[in-house]
Design a protein around this ligand. Sequence first.
Ligand SMILES: Cc1ncc(COP(=O)(O)O)c(C=O)c1O
Length: 434
Amino acid sequence: MAISKIPMTDSQALWQRLERYVPRAVSPLAPFIVSEGRGAIVRDLEGREHIDLTGGWGCLNVGYSHPRVVRAVQEQAAKFTHTDCSVIMYEVYIELAERLSRSAPGPSPKKTIFFNSGAEAVENAVKIARSYTKRQAVVVFEGAFHGRTFMALSMTHKARPYKENFAPFASDIYRMPFPNPYRHLMDFKHWERQLLTLVNPDEIAGIVVEPIQGEGGFIVPQEGFLKFLREFTQKHGIVLVADEIQTGIGRTGTLYAYEHFGIEPDLITLAKSLAAGMPLSAVVGVERVIDAPGESAIGGTYVGNPVACAAALAVLDIIQEENLLERAVVLGEYMRERFGQMQQKYSVIGDVRSLGAMVAIELVKDRQSKEPATEETMAVIRDCLAHGVIIAKAGLYGNVIRMLVPLVIKESELKKGFDAIESAIAKVSRSVNG
Ligand SMILES: Cc1ncc(COP(=O)(O)O)c(C=O)c1O
């Protein structure tokens, strides 16, 4: 009798082709191939459903394939997909620029310009800051992530995997500590003294800061730090850039996260959830600063693509009509409470931190020494993946689990996701504590 071969699934066959034809730098976390997504749920080629608590890595605050986004994309694509806005301008660009500029809180009138990726927005924010100040130096932070193009990569901190073997990097970038209340409190005067040993403040074009560090581990800065930075930058004529690529578009319960800190930055970078994953980024900026570069000084072939702008307008409508800012707060409270309960039971959870729906836990081998529990974090992620729940890590030591749940997630889905996380944490706790 002939032995019948076990047929390869569609996902397995595609995975083989991925390994054969795509470089290994592209190494997806989830062990399946997606066929479709709705809300917070993705379905794989075999028909299994998974809960995506990474929200397409922070791009899907309005969820997968929101009908309104789909309609906006289809309608715009049927009209025209591209003109190059430096040749022919279109209404959706202007309307989106107006809505973002008007919705950014603070007394100064603002304007908005569009790009494709987060890194590109960061690069252009630096160009604008240099053009406005006629200075060169840029100050960034330990633990920062600003992207992977060369200026942005030079500003990004984590060496492996992002910077390994890619040197040389851009010059005139100075890195300063970011206050992390879980690990050490900062004396702001000391911070200022330390900066003076690196660079003359009067030569600094811009300080670029994530209001809450994303990739760095969802670090909500020590109280008063952003206000201190704002005063320091104002005193020295330095442009303050808030990189809101991960924190913006409703994640923290306000459209822009800087609103929580009582400051008005000069420039704000946006991307990720701005257009529900369509490639679109923006620099929103105080008029006198953002108007510094001359005509055609900044741009790019695809920047401000009309289909992506139409998607972004739909995103802003959805946030308003479905009360997603309030929803972010409610979801954040649920996640914080669940993680707080887990923290009481499992000593591997050293810290729970959050602002709105930007919630994370830091895993440590020992609460006293706070030694990062890197392998245990990966074990939790793998266990969740095996149970149909996608979560992502963060932090310099990869020992932080971060939640970027779509703000449209159903309560039952979030509960199911958290039950899977708790079960995975219980398992690693048993292994840590013997
Ligand atoms: C704060 C921050 N800045 C910049 C970037 C880079 O964005 P992109 O990957 O779209 O270039 C990211 C991406 O994770 C980010 O979180």
